[in-house]
Design a protein around this ligand. Structure first.
Ligand code: HEC
Length: 149
């Protein structure tokens, strides 16, 4: 129509080409938050071992809040930190209770928080949706068996 038309067409072509290039590249294998799908919705069923619980629960659900310097109660649950911050470590809210007491799921603050009967604060994940009983039971089994890494 006017003199700008060819330039506009060229721009549209360029944008379309860039979007097409992205489709086969950078967006692949990432979830809606841009995180690798492997670390989020892990393949396979949840099993009673640390790696599986990390991949199915801690990383996709808990690290929304429990990560970085501002993690609630200083509890970071990303794969690099969670084990060392949980197993055999006193909770911040009730220091007499370990976050995870190996062999003792009932005495583990993490379980008390997941089931909603801890002495302090809210049920986890904060604000819900909460983990179903089957998922909590598998975490209980891992703790009962010694909470090995
Ligand atoms: C929406 C943010 C949010 C999510 C998601 C969340 N938490 Fe929390 N968490 C908090 C906050 C805030 C606190 C401190 C206040 C409280 O306890 O209610 C907390 C406290 C805790 C504590 C107590 C730590 C201590 O040492 O006293 C544990 C254990 C815990 N969370 C575990 C989890 C686990 C496990 C998950 C994932 C299944 C999870 N949280 C998901 C926000 C969150």
């Amino acid at each position: 129509m006017d003199a700008r038309q060819p330039a506009l067409s060229a721009l549209l072509f360029l944008v379309t080409a860039m979007l097409a290039a992205c489709g086969g590249g950078s967006g692949e294998g990432l979830d809606a938050n841009g995180r690798p799908i492997a670390g989020g919705a892990a393949p396979g069923a949840l099993a009673a071992d640390f790696g599986s619980i990390q991949d199915h629960v801690f990383t996709p659900i808990c690290t929304v809040c429990h990560a970085g310097g501002a993690a609630p109660q200083g509890l970071r649950l990303d794969a690099a930190n969670s084990y060392a911050m949980l197993v055999g470590v006193p909770s911040s809210e009730v220091p007499a209770v370990l976050r995870i007491a190996p062999g003792q799921p009932d005495a583990s603050y993490l379980i008390q928080k997941l089931e909603g009967h801890a002495a302090v604060g809210s049920r986890m994940p904060f604000g819900g949706p909460y983990l179903d009983a089957a998922t909590i039971d598998i975490i209980r089994q891992w703790i009962a068996a010694g909470a090995r890494s």
